[in-house]
Design a protein around this ligand. Sequence first.
Ligand SMILES: [Ca+2]
Ligand SMILES: [Ca+2]
Ligand SMILES: [Ca+2]
Ligand SMILES: [Ca+2]
Length: 447
Amino acid sequence: MRPNFERFRTRPGSTARWNLQRGLVFAFLLGIGVLARGETFAWSPEKPTLDRWFYPFNFEPGVRRVAPTYGSFDYRFDMRDAQFLLGWDTGTAIPTNAGPSKYLIQSARILLTSILPPLPNRAFVYDPTPDHYLSYLTNQPGYRPDDDPGRPVELFGVGYRGGFDAETFLEGSPYGAIGPITSTNVSIRTRNAYAAAYDTNGVLVDVANNIGHLQTNWNEAAFPVHPWAIGTTTAVPPGGEVPNDAKIEFAVDLTDPQVLGYLQSGLHEGRLRLMVSSLSPANQSTAGGTGAGGGGAYPWWSTKENLLYDPPRLELSVTVVTESDTDGDQLPDDWERFWFGNLTETGPGDPDADGASNEQEFEAGTSPKDSRSVFRLSSSGRDPDGKLVLEFPFAASRRYVVEQSADLTTWSVLAGRLTFPDVGLCRWMAESASSLTGAFFVRVRAN
Ligand SMILES: [Ca+2]
Ligand SMILES: [Ca+2]
Ligand SMILES: [Ca+2]
Ligand SMILES: [Ca+2]
């Protein structure tokens, strides 16, 4: 039960300060028995640090006791009109600044409590599966009807505008620019914090209008998004009406390296921020709209200010990897325990028989227990312009460098850019075709 003070003291001076602080945090947690083992944290605070109903005309941000989520389908507003911002400052329980890749997350779940609004026939219909992004707006090109009852509740990351970021945007911060109520644009793309997901360039983008926004005065093309979690419950079967006080669980998709990387960066900085969104239609019916207005059957969520219902809850299990390697096998003990539960594996070992040693899997951020998770080129070739194109699986919080060599001895970096055409897969394309002639070797390094 001895915290790792010795190790912290022997670290280089530039990092000594936070290492010492981390040591003190461990000592404290050991004392109260929260620390399960080594540097693994099972953290479930009673309340979020902040939560906020994110709606253009919410004039009491941060203090409302309910936070409904719905789509407006009105041409003056974001389609994902009412969102719900959730934030946890993790630094009080989990050491910060370890480096994003050092946070190995076992599970991350959000639990919300759904409240039945005090109006008749307002229970929303439970849908635990994604709906096609072209199934919402009847006037969208390629429109297709929804193939199951209800609309899912989705969880995303958070992006910012207006000069804000995760540190400066608090639950009472301004919504953003709301223009005068005119026939065109009241509040589209203006909120200072928004539901966000990664596009194929790896950029966190606003998804408020991903189902399209096709109106006379305002056009936005539809695009698919991959929700980071969909709310599920055991309170009612799919297609049923969600009862009062139902618990809705969002298990964050950690198999998506971009999502995992977002959480890792959040833990590194000490701030996890997530946004809940659903596209159950609000009950307004607007001239010039799509006619998709609904009966107002959308979820209402309990906030931390609610005295009658449970507040939003985070359940997080994370191992913070330190360099400690007591068995001297080049594998950090925390990493070994995270994957295997003990220290019996070795650096050269390959228990999943994928050809990558445990040490290589540690360096690349892949799973040493899954042979499908391995850092290896999945395709290589040239595009019509002769530019080299490589595809390979990527891991969370890693950077990739492509190098070329004529003799396998001297390597030089090749300029190119990465895109992310599919979950877990990245594509690198050389900037030019000119530098690659004759016989040559190419390698990709992860760091
Ligand atoms: Ca549906
Ligand atoms: Ca070890
Ligand atoms: Ca392996
Ligand atoms: Ca593997």
